[in-house]
Design a protein around this ligand. Structure first.
Ligand SMILES: Cc1cc2nc3c(=O)[nH]c(=O)nc-3n(C[C@H](O)[C@H](O)[C@H](O)COP(=O)(O)OP(=O)(O)OC[C@H]3O[C@@H](n4cnc5c(N)ncnc54)[C@H](O)[C@@H]3O)c2cc1C
Length: 199
């Protein structure tokens, strides 16, 4: 069995784990993220990724996904609000977040009008980004748990790589290989993180 849910959830999902193992999963902290997503008739900019560092603009940037991968006539844009889940903004209602994010998008492209909005979605993730403080590598438990046949990992297990789809697929493939399941997509040219971490 393989678990790739965020590791802070593991102690309650696997109560039979030894206490010191549960403590190691609980010691891995994350910040949350709210993704405010718009489907628009009009592009915000020609760029995929625009970082924003303006004191009066409350967003870290605008990612226009369809500038990387076009999806027809409309454009898909998201604003990632990374923050601790205890931050008061994490509890803001969706409509307030949408209003703030769209006003910022209009500052980037003053031609944008509310009538350009074709759809919206606000998604909240409590475990959006692991916090990797100094010495983090020593905190990561082995992928193979003391329970025979149970492997556990999440995005922080391939530290010092940052979270990413490619690294997650690579680690997931090597976990599957450790179970004896063939994975044609796995890159076998180098030892994987999981092979190094499985004890
Ligand atoms: C805003 C944002 C932007 C990103 N941009 C990029 C990018 O441009 N490029 C890139 O490569 N990576 C990017 N990433 C990182 C990428 O999304 C992650 O690295 C990748 O999704 C990790 O895959 P995963 O399967 O390990 O975890 P996830 O995709 O997070 O999957 C974990 C799954 O566990 C499920 N789950 C949670 N709790 C339970 C439970 N109790 N029981 C059962 N299931 C549960 C969740 O629903 C989820 O489906 C981004 C991440 C964020 C948050």
């Amino acid at each position: 069995m393989i678990s790739t849910v965020p590791t802070p959830l593991v102690p309650s999902l696997v109560p039979d784990l030894p206490a010191d193992w549960k403590a190691r999963y609980e010691a891995i902290h994350n910040i949350g993220v709210i993704c405010v997503i718009f489907k628009l008739r009009r592009s915000v900019s020609p760029h995929f990724w625009v970082n924003i560092s303006e004191p009066d603009l409350e967003i870290p940037g605008i990612i226009e996904f369809t500038n990387l991968r076009p999806l027809g006539e409309d454009t898909i844009v998201y604003v990632p609000y990374y923050m601790p889940v205890t931050h008061e903004k994490f509890s803001w209602p969706d409509d307030v977040l949408l209003k703030e994010a769209f006003a910022c998008a209009q500052r980037v492209n003053p031609a944008l009008e509310e009538s350009d909005i074709r759809g919206t979605k606000v998604a909240r993730l409590r475990y959006g980004q692991p916090i990797c403080e100094p010495g983090f590598a020593a905190k990561i438990p082995a992928v193979q748990t003391p329970i025979a046949g149970l492997q556990i990992a999440d995005t922080c297990f391939y530290y010092p790589e940052d979270r990413g789809i490619a690294e997650s697929v690579r680690l997931g493939s090597s976990m599957a290989n450790a179970l004896g399941v063939a994975s044609p997509s796995a890159d076998r040219s180098q030892p994987s993180v999981a092979e190094l971490a499985v004890s």
